[in-house]
Write a protein that binds this ligand. Sequence first.
Ligand code: B12
Length: 562
Amino acid sequence: MPNSRSQGRGVASCWLISMRVLLLSTPHPLEESPLPPLSLAYLASVLIKEGIEVKILDFLVTQYNPRKLRRELEEYRPQLIGATCVTLNYPIARRMLKVCKDFDPHIFTVIGGPHVTFALEETLLQSPWIDAIVIGEGERTLVELARAVEEDKDIRHVHGIAFADGGMVVKIPPQDHIEDLDQLPLPARELLPMARYRALDTPCTIITSRGCPYSCIFCSGRRMFGPKVRFRSPGFVVDEIEQLQRDFGFVRINIVDDTFTLNHHHTQAVCEEMLRRNLKIKWSVFARVDRINKELAQLMNRAGCEWMLFGVESADEGILKTIKKGITPGEVRRGVKIASEAGINVFNSFILGLPGESRDTALKSLAFGDELYHKYGAKYGFHMLSPLPGTEIYERAKDYGIRILSRNWARYNANEPITETATMSKEMVEEAMSIYDRGIEAAWDNIKSQAKDGDAQSAEIIEGKERNEFVWTLLQGDVIEKLGGTASVAALNDSSAESELAHRVSRKLGIDIETTQRWMGELIAKRVLRLESRGNGLRWQWSDAKKLKLASEVTPSTSCQV
Ligand code: B12
């Protein structure tokens, strides 16, 4: 059994002293487009429903360093800590949990998400400070686990976990999937620093179904949430969208279902409900080229669908067959045409380095992306194959002729070559990628020169990018937290306080004062940044909702058992 379990904790058996859970999101770079972590918001919501106290430390949009984490632990004193990660930020997640365990060996540490679910042995045996992995869908399991830890019970009774015991990994039988997703409370986004995401202008994530019936060999989706797709009721989905608009001020939504257009009846019902309530919100979805038709695309467009992302993966029919994608280039042309003619922006996503890839097939894919761009205005992106744990391509790499060159998970970011095929070396993958990159650079140079020639739209694109990098620096450095204190004299009127802050930020970041003032002014006008009284003084703050939801604020579902 893990160490902390056998040592026991004096307070655990009395629920008068509430169980405290801390959830951690793991940093990743701006290029990976940070979005509010839905996983943690869902996990927090079910814990709260059970009367368990929860706090989320979201290190995607706040500064992470071990000292800061230790300070938070000192203040919050959690009994259980859960971290989420994907493959590329797993190395940071495990180090964060080590900081927690070193801080207090009695804290029960747990990790979940699509990487560790399929890397049980390695995770547990190489990180003895991780007490358990929650496998797959996490809500039910985490509640059971938190109860077991709270009551000092044997965690062997908790379905859906794995832990190390005497150098062996014990895997407890899986938890049933949540059949009726409507039973889940709304994600507890009020515990997330949502104002920071709004400052970054990201869309807000929402999910309307879980599960995927397809068996693409490069994706672990089907095994993560099961092949049977479970749908939320359209009414609840749209209630949530309304809440995102009303309570959090989002104007764009990213629907993160594996395939939002899988079941047309469901897609149609969600769109019709949005139209019935006259929601003015823009949204994007992941879809499949073979799961779209003209009527549906037109309805989606009317309901606010702005972007549709298709996984095209390759232009080569043979490769598409090998990877079990179940689509043909002909279907891609048809799907892209339908969506774009309906007025939806299309983004086609390709993968370089798939089984059977050669210079010819890679060039064919690059040309295909270009063709669809010129015909339909469809944007496109290329990633390099990352053979992720839990995927068939990872487990049967040899059979597929894939040579895996690196086991450093941090490199599994799909932006560097970590595999080769018999006909496509790492260098050739890089070379094909550089053709794509050169295209992007040329497009960017074009925007810059148009901006120079006075084109307002191009200038706004450039300014938008720079503004976003500025906001990202503010967030990543906790700059407002460090510089936001205001001398009371200056704070007598808001505009002098604003100017004082802008000067400090300008000096700190080395950005000219006019630009800093303009960008800070925009954040203040958007109300994501505001002046608040703190103790005797005033302080600039991100306008986040309250961070801590106490168990006492919700109906307790249990009582003290002393
Ligand atoms: C939205 C999304 C993104 C967004 C935002 C990611 C984010 N951090 O929120 C963006 C566009 C930025 C993105 C980027 C990338 N993504 Co992405 N993304 C998704 C997507 C579509 C939805 C994620 C989501 O919100 N799901 C809904 C929630 C409820 O599910 P969940 O996150 O899995 O959480 C549940 C369980 O995993 C578990 N759980 C998770 N964490 C924890 C923690 C604890 C303590 C516990 C107990 C349980 C638990 O319980 C949760 C509730 O049931 C998923 C596919 C999918 N359908 O999940 C891919 C997915 C997560 N992405 C994936 C990948 C590969 C990437 C990229 C590497 C892509 C790239 N560069 O090409 C980058 C990596 C960026 C990063 N570091 O996150 C893979 C991850 C596989 C892996 N092993 O890493 C997925 C699974 C897609 C796939 N099937 O291949 N992604």
